[in-house]
Design a protein around this ligand. Structure first.
Ligand SMILES: N[C@@H](CCC(=O)N[C@@H](CS)C(=O)NCC(=O)O)C(=O)O
Length: 217
């Protein structure tokens, strides 16, 4: 029997963590089902019927299934927190949307290249030229974010919204990988504000050293 919302996805997945953080921010009761990686299950016909791409995270509520982590974050916030985590006035919403899209198309791919290319790849197999390039890109991305945060407490303005979730999820692993990365002060202050949130601590500030040098999930 399904509870009100069910989420599928192994908790070591960055994209699953975004959704778990969101559910907790919204105070939504959910059932978590491990899937993906060593848990498998993504090619089961029932799972494929929910997400034709066979990837986690996926959620299912009384209306149906939703896949793509940032779409899930948007959907949950729009449905359960209109006017707060989800900004409704179109321009205000665009202030949030741009950071969610930027995280998906720019920051996360650059960060992932480092996380996989450096942290998860066994030392002997690392391609340092690719890692350096991705690190330069991340530094540029975080400098731009830092400039924005010089005048804004949160990404869409004065309070925490859905906009903070996708980019905010990168910070713990990015600054905790053991690489010499730039330490932009406004980004670190924002990271500190996120760490004050119990839902962030519970879902994002999780140890990840067991993933070091290991390409398998
Ligand atoms: N763009 C998708 C990416 C989903 C994705 O790549 N999921 C990974 C985990 S982060 C996955 O399902 N990998 C296969 C597995 O874990 O077995 C999203 O944001 O939801």
């Amino acid at each position: 029997m399904l509870s009100k919302i069910t989420i599928w996805g192994r908790k070591s997945s960055f994209n699953v963590q975004k959704v778990l953080w969101t559910l907790d921010e919204l105070g939504i009761e959910y059932e978590h089902r491990n899937a993906g990686g060593s848990f498998g299950g993504l090619d089961d016909p029932q799972f494929r019927a929910m997400n034709p791409h066979s990837l986690v995270p996926v959620i299912l509520d009384e209306q149906g299934a939703v896949w793509e982590s940032n779409s899930i974050v948007r959907y949950l916030c729009a449905k359960h927190s209109p006017g707060n985590l989800w900004l409704e006035e179109p321009y205000a919403r665009s202030l949030a949307d741009r950071w969610i899209d930027w995280a998906a198309t720019t920051l996360q791919p650059n960060f992932m290249q480092i996380f996989w290319g450096y942290y998860r790849t066994p030392e002997a197999d690392r391609n340092f030229r690719d890692i350096e390039r991705a690190l330069d890109n991340c530094h540029r991305n975080f400098r731009a974010l830092d400039a924005h945060l010089a005048n804004n407490e949160y990404l869409a303005g004065t309070h925490f919204t859905a906009a903070d979730i996708p980019a905010g999820t990168t910070l713990h692993r990015y600054f905790g990988m053991g690489l010499q990365v730039e330490q932009p002060p406004n980004v670190l202050a924002w990271f500190g504000r996120l760490q004050d949130r119990p839902a962030y601590r519970r879902n994002i500030l999780q140890p990840f050293h067991d993933l070091y040098g290991r390409l398998a999930f």
